[in-house]
Design a protein around this ligand. Structure first.
Ligand code: GLP
Length: 244
């Protein structure tokens, strides 16, 4: 779906998420949402906050799992995805604290493997993700699944690409300050979600969107794995769609 501008695209996605929340609520069930960070979903979160504040949308029955976190990363750091989620969404809605899950960037190396298995188990115990929101990196990554990630990959520790660290350098005050690693949900974790929304906004994403949607399915561009699935919506603004 190609939208005239970022605001309309973001409002559409926020309404899709809100409708999952309301439908689940009516069924007396929890809505299990997979959430993303980055500049792309900011407008979605802003609209969800507005729906909460002015239209009575409640997050009491919402459980969230974030895609990823830098490693190492302390949650109180400004660049942590914990800080991002608080300042863009969680601080302004009524979601119970215990319903929020974000990979822990403070673990020791030895503890990571078991922690990642537990993250997978928690998602499975909730019956899987009802909806996963995704952005896309310029390497074609989803979450932090960089080129080379297999389609059966699960939550794990990964090494970030040069271009990804370059793109994050503004937030960290220099590329060398961007952590070299991250904990990310895997491709399989993501593709098992019942519905997936991949968002891309602005001209910066036009080239990778062209490759992700029209290129051959390959580990070189992990977002191409989504081509195999029927339950994916690509939400683009005109600029991101300009090379399609
Ligand atoms: C980071 C995140 C991704 C996100 C990507 C794009 O790498 N881990 O989940 O999709 O950035 O960021 P932006 O939306 O700022 O372009």
């Amino acid at each position: 779906k190609i939208y005239e501008n970022q605001e309309i695209a973001s409002a559409y996605v926020a309404n899709r998420i809100a409708s999952v929340i309301v439908t689940k609520q009516e069924q007396g069930q929890k809505a299990i949402l997979g959430l993303a960070t980055g500049s792309t979903p900011k407008g979605v979160y802003k609209e969800l906050v507005r729906l909460h504040k002015y239209e009575g949308l409640s997050f009491q029955n919402v459980v969230t799992f974030n895609l990823d976190e830098y490693y190492p990363m302390h949650p109180v750091e400004e660049q942590s995805y914990v800080s991002f989620m608080k300042s863009n969404l969680f601080n302004y809605i009524d979601i119970p604290k215990q319903n929020i899950h974000i990979p822990d960037g403070t673990l020791s190396m030895e503890a990571i493997h078991a922690y990642c298995d537990l993250y997978e188990k928690k998602i499975a115990d909730f019956g899987g993700l009802d909806m996963q929101l995704l952005g896309i990196g310029r390497t074609g990554h989803i979450g932090f699944n960089e080129p080379g990630s297999g389609d059966c990959s699960k939550t794990r520790l990964v090494t970030l690409n040069d271009l990804t660290r370059e793109d994050a350098s503004g937030d960290f005050g220099g590329k060398e300050k961007v952590p070299a690693q991250a904990i990310t949900m895997g491709i399989q974790t993501i593709t098992q979600a019942k519905e997936i929304i991949l968002m891309a906004l602005s001209q910066r994403k036009a080239e990778i969107i062209q490759k992700a949607l029209k290129g051959a399915i390959s580990a070189d561009i992990p977002a191409t794995y989504l081509q195999k699935l029927a339950h994916v919506e690509y939400i683009l603004d005109k600029a991101a769609a300009s090379l399609l």
